[in-house]
Design a protein around this ligand. Sequence first.
Ligand code: AMP
Length: 280
Amino acid sequence: MGEFLHNCSDEIPEDTIMVPHGSFISYLSLDFIENIFSVPMAGNKYLFKWESDRHLERKWLEGAGIKIPMSFENPLEIDRPVIIKLFGAKGGMGYFVAYDHEDFERKIKGIKGSYQIQEYIVGVPMYFHFFYSPLKRELELLSIDKRYESNVDAIGRIPGADQKHLGLSPSYSVVGNFPIVARESLLEDVFDIGERVVKESQNISEKGILGPFCLETICTADLDIITFEISARIVAGTNPFVPSSPYTYAKYGKDISCGRRIAMEIKDAIATDSLKEVTT
Ligand code: AMP
């Protein structure tokens, strides 16, 4: 894709605006995106390094002052169930759970490359799709999804006694997405978390978050929302909400998907001669 874009950059019409997505960031180098590719992007391309580097991502979430899972730098410090996340893994592929330090050492054998050891949060995964409008200076909740992950979402279908015989341990490869509507009383916290993340984005990058972003969270039995990852752009979890979601329908009274919301912002920016405020 990088080579293709390199070769055709000059032929891309001048009035093009690119909407960046996950594959775009995975397959192109950050240097190319930030310094070479000159087509304007709907979003803040300078935040992509913050979502791609687990250390920077953590710094962003810590700076926002929201609840995040503990991280273990030294495996000897593991004192609770943890999830091991391989750097550069796509869609949870290859992640595994360890119950203590010995279990970790057993399972990490033969695994090459860097990884992060994170506290395993027990609860319901909820992925909040927000949209921050720099024109209206307003945060919107567009939709919420839950991923369908193999085999962790399949293990519960096998009785406990049989699980033991099968020697199953959970893996987290994303295979699909379900829509969720959150318990209403959670929404105040959800907006508080989203607003903190937007505020911190403005401290780490001049324009801050522009447009869609996703917070990956787990909601515990105490209704605490723990955020473990951020995507500073549109994500695949918005796909179940074409053409609409209950949240956008409630706000706009008509069908609005994430893609359409991005288009609305661009149109508003063109109408008010403020395209520079919504692009980088
Ligand atoms: P990620 O690649 O960070 O999006 O994570 C892939 C999947 O791993 C998530 O969708 C969750 O099901 C699971 N996961 C990630 N981090 C944690 C955590 N700290 N505790 C429990 N499950 C997690």
